[in-house]
Ligand binder design. Structure first.
Ligand code: INI
Length: 164
């Protein structure tokens, strides 16, 4: 929606997911956490108007595999956005920095090369308690948050494609 008034006009994606199609790619590593992220993401999409039949979930072994599968999904052109979910916990990961940085770099590359929103919902935490807190307990649910971002981005890209 283009907003006009006394301040310069601006564009922002709205938060309706009606008619949008989403792929969730989730890591099986730490699935105790990622299952809650999927629940949060799915809840968000449904509550904003997406249909169950327009949400598909793909499981990968770990965060390092998210980008390749996201890329293959993007190439199908079947989805409006991809939501990547994972949990990398420093206390349990000797190569924490490598996993975090390679997964984030890969996901960003998929977004840019395919012009599709790829939301990075990979939790990166110091310990399991922090991961639990951010996957549906006291610090919210990162899956829900990135799903909301996905909806907004799809609508913003649609606005940009229509803008005169
Ligand atoms: N993958 C994760 O998603 N989270 C982790 O915390 C993690 N640790 O601890 O190493 C992890 N490693 C697996 C990695 O993503 C690959 O699946 C694996 O290395 C095979 O390529």
């Amino acid at each position: 929606m283009k907003r006009e008034g006394e301040v310069p006009s601006y564009y922002a994606g709205d938060l309706s997911a009606a008619g949008q199609r989403f792929a969730i790619v989730a890591s099986r590593f730490n699935d105790f956490i990622t299952k809650s992220l999927i629940e949060g993401a799915t809840d968000c999409l449904l509550r904003h108007g997406a249909k169950v039949s327009d949400i598909d979930t793909y499981w990968v072994p770990g965060a390092l595999e998210l980008a390749l599968v996201a890329q293959e999904i993007a190439r199908t052109a079947k989805y409006d956005a991809i939501i990547a979910l994972g949990a990398v916990i420093r206390g349990e990961t000797s190569h924490y920095d490598v996993v975090v940085s390679q997964s984030a770099t890969g996901l960003a590359k998929v977004a840019m090369e395919n012009s599709i929103p790829v939301l990075n919902g990979v939790l990166t935490t110091e310990d399991l308690d922090q991961a639990i807190a951010r996957s549906g307990t006291k610090s919210g649910n990162k899956g829900y948050d990135v799903a909301l971002g996905a909806i907004e981005m799809v609508n913003l890209l649609t606005e940009i494609s229509k803008a005169d």
